[in-house]
Design a protein around this ligand. Structure first.
Ligand code: ADP
Ligand code: MG
Length: 445
């Protein structure tokens, strides 16, 4: 009977798959060697057929039924009614009018307003390519880079462009956090099937800041299934993160490898030319907002030169400066900029380098620089080395592989291990915590 067969399937497909896919099936009839099951949605039917069809068929045969094929149908009425009451299985039906679960798109984030420079040209080109639509080429597109370098801006640009090219395309953009929130809500409301169907019915799925799901196992699991289902259907997925897939800790290996399976591109920290380009573009916009505003020569160059690599901070500084200038009716000069932005400028006065950190750390622990960087594993060198790795990771914008290169060509996993070790130790070991504090202050001085 179906009951026994279900038990066998539970063993062979695992508990998760079972409760997601097998349990909701209802046996309908066996006629002419075709076993028909009722499923809540067409999507689910296709999925079960593709992924578990053969296993179900095998179990049925093992149980002595003469079956040559399994079929899945969506009943016209809700499954709550007895299956026998169903007259004819209905045709596939996907409810397109249902609200998509995505977050709204920012109208300012378009390709038009995105300034391209060396640090972001690859990411931009990849985004453009994906935004052209057509056959899926890079799947997933994985964009990563530090805070405020334009990841969200690029994702929204892709969405706008795709939407412009093809009306009715089902595009869902949301942050990983929102994805988790939706997922938890569906669990709570016992609405997983609707959740699954909704996410698996989109044409383009964009998940922003995916690093958020690190350490959140159930959400990862669901994301993984959604991901696979969409890729199987040839649907485009775009993901962003603040770091490379391999650098996201607390995320399953199979997900990491999935995330890497398409195209991975990073947005590098901005350089002077890009920052100036962005400022020049924004100045035009702001001059409408603040008419009569006079900007002295050299102010934009000064800002581009002195303000960090983060475009959001740069924009905020410019905004504040212009607002201030227009408020007091003064020309925006270098002096005004220095006055008005002293807090921001102080912070980004100077960039700390890995080499500097290494020098300070070896001085602090009274060991030779060559021993700090070298291969010796004795504790007297290894611990300071890890401290230096930790500071390099937290005080510079270098990636783990880049730091690894500056530590005698070490692998990024070694660096990651060192960083984690110190993160752990500084909670327990007050000596380490003090060392870190001291070193940090002396580096920032
Ligand atoms: P991220 O998602 O990487 O943290 P955002 O996409 O939110 O960064 O960008 C932060 C701000 O900087 C946004 O206002 C965005 O419009 C702006 N920005 C970033 N890069 C560029 C760029 N290349 N051209 C124009 N604006 C940019
Ligand atoms: Mg963002």
């Amino acid at each position: 009977t179906w009951g026994n067969i279900r038990n066998e399937l539970l063993k062979s497909v695992g508990k998760n798959n079972y409760s997601n896919w097998i349990e909701p099936l209802e046996f309908f009839e066996l006629e002419d060697g075709v076993a028909t099951f009722l499923v809540p949605t067409q999507f689910m039917g296709n999925w079960v057929s593709r992924n578990f069809g053969e296993q179900i068929l095998r179990e049925l045969s093992n149980a002595g039924e003469s079956v040559s094929r399994v079929a899945f149908s969506v009943p016209q009425r809700p499954l709550a009614t007895k299956p026998k009451a169903v007259t004819k299985p209905a045709l596939p039906e996907v409810n397109d009018s249902r609200d998509l679960p995505g977050a709204p798109l920012d109208a300012r984030f378009t390709f038009d307003s995105f300034v391209v420079g060396k640090p972001n040209e690859l990411a931009h080109a990849a985004a453009r390519r994906v935004a052209e639509g057509g056959p899926v080429t890079f799947n997933p597109l994985f964009l990563y880079g530090g805070v405020g370098l334009g990841k969200t801006h690029l994702m929204h640009s892709i969405a706008w462009e795709l939407q412009r090219r093809e009306k009715g395309l089902r595009i869902v953009y949301l942050s990983a956090e929102q994805f988790m929130y939706r997922f938890v809500q569906a669990l709570r409301d016992k609405d997983m099937i609707a959740f699954k169907q909704l996410f698996r019915s989109v044409d383009v799925l964009m998940i922003d800041d995916v690093q958020f799901i690190a350490g959140k196992d159930a959400t990862q699991e669901e994301f993984f299934h959604t991901f696979n289902a969409l890729v199987d259907q040839g649907k485009q997925i775009i993901v962003s993160s603040d770091r490379a897939p391999t650098e996201i800790t607390g995320i399953e290996d199979r997900i990491v490898s999935r995330l890497q399976s398409g195209l991975v591109v990073d947005l590098h920290p901005t350089n002077y030319e890009l920052r100036l380009g962005i400022l020049q573009q924004k100045v035009e916009k702001y001059s409408e907002q603040f008419p009569n505003l006079e900007i002295a020569d050299g102010v934009l160059e000064f800002l581009a030169h002195r303000i960090s690599t983060n475009v959001r901070v740069l924009e905020g500084a410019m905004m504040r400066l212009f607002a201030f200038g227009s408020l007091v009716g003064r020309e925006v000069t270098l002096e005004l900029a220095q006055d008005c932005l002293s807090d921001i400028l102080r912070h980004s006065d100077r960039k700390i380098t890995v080499e500097e950190i290494q020098r300070k750390v070896s001085d602090h622990y009274n060991i030779r620089l060559s021993d700090l960087i070298g291969p010796k594993r004795v504790r007297t060198f290894a611990r300071p080395r890890q401290v230096a790795m930790y500071l390099a990771k937290t005080m510079t914008s270098r990636s783990l592989p880049e730091i690894g290169r500056r530590f005698g060509g070490r692998d990024h996993t070694t660096i990651m291990h060192g960083v984690r070790k110190i993160e752990e130790l500084k909670q327990q070991d007050s000596q380490i915590a003090d060392d870190l504090e001291l070193l940090r202050r002396s580096l920032e001085a």
